[in-house]
Design a protein around this ligand. Structure first.
Ligand SMILES: Cc1cc2nc3c(=O)[nH]c(=O)nc-3n(C[C@H](O)[C@H](O)[C@H](O)COP(=O)(O)OP(=O)(O)OC[C@H]3O[C@@H](n4cnc5c(N)ncnc54)[C@H](O)[C@@H]3O)c2cc1C
Length: 418
């Protein structure tokens, strides 16, 4: 049987960060990264740029082959993990090979959720999660005239903009009443939707795809109001779910993702999980959540690696705070922390100017920043993210912060970092 002291499944943000943390403490122990992907590691966040052609598929890697050689990290690619065998401290891959581990990290991320729309299983639709998906979408876009995008989340909105810019007639179908739910409130989302409208993208809000009918040159999408949309390209961007199918029968505690403690340890000995696959402490509540965002994957990967190597500097995970920057048609939107609240104890300050396309919303509670979302406002999302994560007390500078969040935030953080 193959063996590796540290076995890491996945080769994206969480996996790479864990490998780095392990090597900092153990320069000799064998590390093996197993991935079902055949490409050099890359970030899924660059995929929209591969579709648009702004980045070429061979120039998006997070690490070069030299890095793995220099760090003595072994890679197994094009092989999916299919079974965990915890009693034997081993895993099984799709071709039947087995790997024994001393410490195992599951960093298998997330995969697109395909909604149960009748007929969809008979369509050659596209998704956007892997580099191969992006290459296939780019190639399909080169031949398409009409596209339908299911879902107005980040994947759907990036996809719709890219396809429209390639000269394709695009319709977006979203069952909720606004775009980018979770990232922006209804007022901000309306500014974004209107920008797409002005660019000729047809936005079907509050509508469901009821069934999809294959055609010789694509498909027809039937909506719940009786409308029918013709598409020679169908992009499904209706969310993601953690990749956990290999956990069946292993005894690993699962909920929406793999449940972990504050050191990213699972309920089974010598097995950790990190990134989009893990369900960990929430920053805002006592619940455990799957956050599905890049900075969390990095942070959780780092903590898991430190725990696996028993690094004495290890600090417990404090929960993840979302941070997103989203550019659409040259306009800049940011969303850090929560974008909406039903909490009557929270203070919410909104500044909105539809004509200028300007929006800024600040949510404070007990003198602490809970979230900020904005469109076309000069803000530094990294600073705001730090203020939330550190639960910085803003009580004494509240008025100043509400009037000038950029300058006040910078001053506070430079005092903290000094
Ligand atoms: C288009 C797009 C835009 C995004 N934009 C943002 C953004 O603006 N901000 C943000 O915070 N986040 C964004 N994200 C999300 C971000 O990319 C993820 O949070 C991050 O990549 C999670 O990293 P991860 O290492 O946990 O998992 P992933 O990046 O999902 O990687 C999982 C790894 O596991 C491997 N794998 C999966 N299953 C198996 C298996 N069974 N066996 C072996 N290997 C397996 C995969 O090949 C891959 O290497 C975006 C995602 C997409 C797709």
């Amino acid at each position: 049987m193959n063996a590796s002291k540290y076995l890491i499944v996945g080769s994206s943000h969480a996996a790479l960060e864990a490998a780095r943390a392990i090597r900092m403490q153990d320069d000799a122990g064998s590390i093996t990264l197993i991935s079902r992907d055949t490409h050099a590691p890359y970030s899924p966040t660059v995929l929209p740029y591969v579709v648009s052609g702004r980045s070429s598929a061979d120039r998006v890697s997070l690490r070069t082959p030299d890095y793995f050689q220099a760090e003595a990290i072994n890679r197994v690619t094009g092989q999916a993990l299919t079974r965990l065998l915890p009693a034997e401290q081993a895993v099984e891959l799709e071709d039947g090979q087995r790997w024994h581990y001393e410490k195992l990290l599951l960093a298998t991320g997330a995969t697109p959720v395909i909604p149960p729309v009748p007929g969809l299983d008979r369509i050659d639709y596209r998704v956007l999660r892997t580099l191969d998906d992006a290459i296939a979408l780019r190639d399909a876009a080169g031949k398409a005239a009409n596209a339908v995008v299911l879902g107005a989340g980040l994947v759907g909105m990036h996809g719709a903009e890219n396809l429209a810019e390639a000269g394709i007639a695009v319709s977006v179908v979203e069952m909720q009443s606004q775009v980018l739910p979770g990232y922006f409130d209804a007022q901000a989302a309306e500014l974004i939707r209107a920008a797409f409208d002005r660019q000729g993208v047809t936005m079907k809000m509050g509508r469901r795809a009821q069934r999809v009918e294959p055609q010789a040159d694509g498909c027809r999408v039937h909506l719940d109001n009786g409308e029918v949309l013709n598409a020679d390209l169908l992009l499904v961007g209706t969310g993601v779910r953690p990749v956990t199918d290999y956990c069946q029968g292993s005894g690993l505690d699962l909920d929406q993702g793999i449940l972990v403690d504050d050191h990213m340890a699972t309920n089974l000995p010598n097995i950790w999980a990190a990134g989009d696959v893990a369900q960990a402490r929430d920053f805002y509540s006592d619940a455990k959540v799957v956050t599905g965002i890049l900075p969390d994957a990095v942070e959780q990967g780092r903590i898991a690696g430190m725990a696996m190597v028993e690094d004495p500097a290890l600090q417990p995970y404090r929960g993840g705070v979302p941070i997103n920057t989203y550019t659409f048609y040259g306009q800049q939107a940011i969303s850090v922390g929560i974008s909406d609240t039903a909490d009557t104890a929270a203070q919410v300050a909104v500044d909105f100017d539809a004509e200028r396309g300007y929006f800024q919303k600040i949510i404070l509670k007990d003198g602490r920043l809970q979230g900020i979302s904005a469109i076309n406002a000069a803000l530094d999302p990294g600073i705001l993210w730090q203020l939330i994560l550190r639960r910085t007390d803003l009580s004494e500078v509240k008025a100043e912060f509400l009037a000038q969040p950029l300058e006040t935030g910078r001053r506070l953080m430079s005092d903290t970092w000094r």
